[in-house]
Design a protein around this ligand. Structure first.
Ligand SMILES: [Zn+2]
Length: 251
């Protein structure tokens, strides 16, 4: 099924997923998930307990999985994730489209995954440490082991190379080519690193969707680099009724 041919003002149903349009210019088609701006979590801390409590109020009919994110490459399947707890992991995959998977970020790359045929979805938290450990490739591999062959990948708002100055250890860990400013500071492009893992895995380019907004220089997102340790968290959600929540306006 070619989702690009689907009409619909902002949403449509597809293989049991509710799909939400989160962009149009340079952003092909529709996706069954949503990258939220800060309005959803304004006024609460970004911890998994607070975020799940807020989502529970907004999505009372859905099971919601939030992770205790630790910048690892650990990915749990939804069966491993007790819904009363918060698995220590940076990725979650589910074969149950009624379950909402939630990733919290404040500069790292949120990654949403879904298959075009099977009702399998995933969500990953990919900061530089997770990317260096190959978490995006591992998430894709896990979905493939569950039978997925037509995987879509959505990369959400993250700190851009415009703002992400780093030390040489980060450049080394990522094995990427940094940009160098006139003052000699180095910066890296996390989206580009994530994309490298996606394309190396063989995901069809028509199934790769990138929202390149920079969290640090866009006021509608929380940013750790800009706001410091007290920064709230941006949410990226897939599954259930997640798309009924307020998210990004179309680009
Ligand atoms: Zn920026």
């Amino acid at each position: 099924m070619d989702v690009k041919k689907e009409k619909g003002p902002e949403s449509l149903d597809f293989k049991g997923f509710h799909l939400s349009r989160v962009g149009s210019v340079g952003y092909r088609g529709f996706m069954p998930g949503i990258f939220c701006s800060r309005e959803l979590t304004e006024g609460i801390d970004g911890g998994p307990e607070s975020v799940r409590a807020r989502l529970g109020e907004l999505l009372p009919d859905n099971r919601i999985v939030c992770l205790r994110q630790v910048h690892s490459d650990r990915i749990v399947t939804v069966d491993d994730a007790p819904f009363e707890g918060f698995p220590e992991a940076d990725g979650v995959v589910s074969a149950d489209p009624s379950t909402v998977l939630c990733i919290r970020t404040a500069d790292c790359v949120p990654v949403l995954l879904w298959d075009e045929v099977l009702q399998v979805s995933g969500a990953l938290h990919a900061g530089w440490r997770g990317l260096a450990l190959g978490i995006v490739a591992k998430g894709l591999d896990l979905m493939r082991s569950m039978g997925c062959r037509d995987i879509h990948v959505g990369l959400g708002p993250a700190i851009g190379p415009c703002c992400y100055t780093v030390g040489p250890e980060v450049v080394r860990a990522l094995g990427t080519e940094p940009s160098t400013s006139s003052t000699g500071s180095l910066s890296v492009d996390l989206h580009a690193v994530a994309l490298r893992q996606v394309t190396a895995f063989g995901v069809d380019p028509s199934r790769i969707h990138v929202l390149r907004s920079c969290t640090c220089c866009t006021a509608s997102y929380f940013s750790y680099r800009r706001d410091g340790p007290a920064a709230g968290r941006n949410l990226s959600l897939i599954g259930g009724d997640a798309c009924s929540l307020p998210g990004l306006p179309a680009l």
